[in-house]
Design a protein around this ligand. Structure first.
Ligand SMILES: [Mg+2]
Ligand SMILES: [Zn+2]
Length: 301
């Protein structure tokens, strides 16, 4: 077994340390070993909430606070839904002379735990299909992901439209209409999960923190994993309604635990049998992808 790994390592110029690691390797080891290989063939979809999951704060609050509009935000909050309030806040900031560049600068220094980006890159390198499902907006999320250099790791961003209009003002709109009474009026994340489930046989890992992540938690099926952030609203809702969640629940506190648990789950979910089926296929590119992926798996075993 070790000889086989060594042979594969030398064939692919992978460091032996990566392949012989006795325990689950870190994201850094995976990334050093495999670089970033876009093989979305593991059959695993990893769905990330954005605020307080990928980044460590709420991006809406971050922008409002950093641009000095907290008082107005708090004053208007009881009077309208969050999504409409953010659209209104962007108008107010525009009137106050704040530019798109000011907003971008604020977004570029958003706090993020140092292990989150390596964890995302490792999941991508292992062939997982990564997607964002967020009640923030497209402008904030794309600006931050591009700045972090991980936009390309995600195949899809499901969030409220956010774009700069001809006056240079950021416009924020609702994502969709839905009839779900668990969710805010502009977005039901559960409906998005059902749409992804409809794409075919895939296993899901869902990471989130907020009350809006509870509805999608109830859509996950046996064999999926729900990763709620401990002591945050979705974790509390799951604890109180354990019977409504069929997925295995793995809680996490911070980016370090997020990374560790995510890597362990991916290692346990990607079965060698799937890989064997794949290797039987004569397509050369696919064969190579499979070999690379098996090496990554070997390191995780
Ligand atoms: Mg969140
Ligand atoms: Zn819902």
């Amino acid at each position: 077994m070790r000889g086989d790994r060594m042979k594969r390592a030398s064939m692919l110029n992978l460091p032996a340390s990566f392949l012989l690691s006795p325990s689950t390797p870190t994201s850094d080891q995976i990334l050093t070993g495999v670089s970033i290989i876009p093989v979305t063939m593991s059959g695993i979809v990893v769905i990330f909430d954005f605020d307080k999951t990928i980044i460590d704060v709420d991006s809406d609050n971050w922008v409002v606070d950093e641009l000095g509009a907290t008082d107005l935000f708090n004053q208007l909050l009881p009077t309208m839904p969050w999504n409409s309030l953010m659209a209104r806040m962007m108008e107010e900031l525009h009137l106050q002379g704040k530019t798109i560049e000011d907003i971008k600068q604020v977004l570029h220094r958003v706090p993020i735990h140092p292990r989150v980006v390596p964890a995302i890159k490792a999941a991508y390198a292992l062939g997982c299909d990564l997607r964002v499902v967020s009640d923030a907006n497209m402008f904030f999320i794309e600006t931050i992901l591009k700045h972090l250099g991980i936009r390309e790791c995600f195949s899809e961003i499901n969030t409220n439209p956010g774009f700069v209009d001809e006056e240079g003002k950021l416009r924020i709109l609702p994502f969709h209409d839905h009839g779900c009474n668990l969710c805010p009026p502009n977005m039901c994340k559960g409906k998005i999960i059902e749409r992804i489930q409809g794409e075919g046989m895939k296993r899901m890992i869902y990471l989130g923190d907020g009350a809006g992540d509870f509805c999608p938690s109830t859509k996950l099926v046996e064999g999926d994993y729900m990763m709620p952030r401990k002591d945050f609203p979705v974790w509390k809702l799951i604890c109180e309604n354990r019977h409504l969640v069929k997925a295995d629940v793995r809680e996490w506190n911070d980016g370090e635990e997020l990374e560790c648990i995510l890597l362990q789950l991916m290692a346990s979910m990607i079965s060698i049998k799937e890989m064997e089926n794949c290797v039987d296929n004569n397509d050369t590119n696919q064969l190579l992808d499979c070999k690379l992926e098996r090496i990554a798996l070997g390191a995780l075993a």
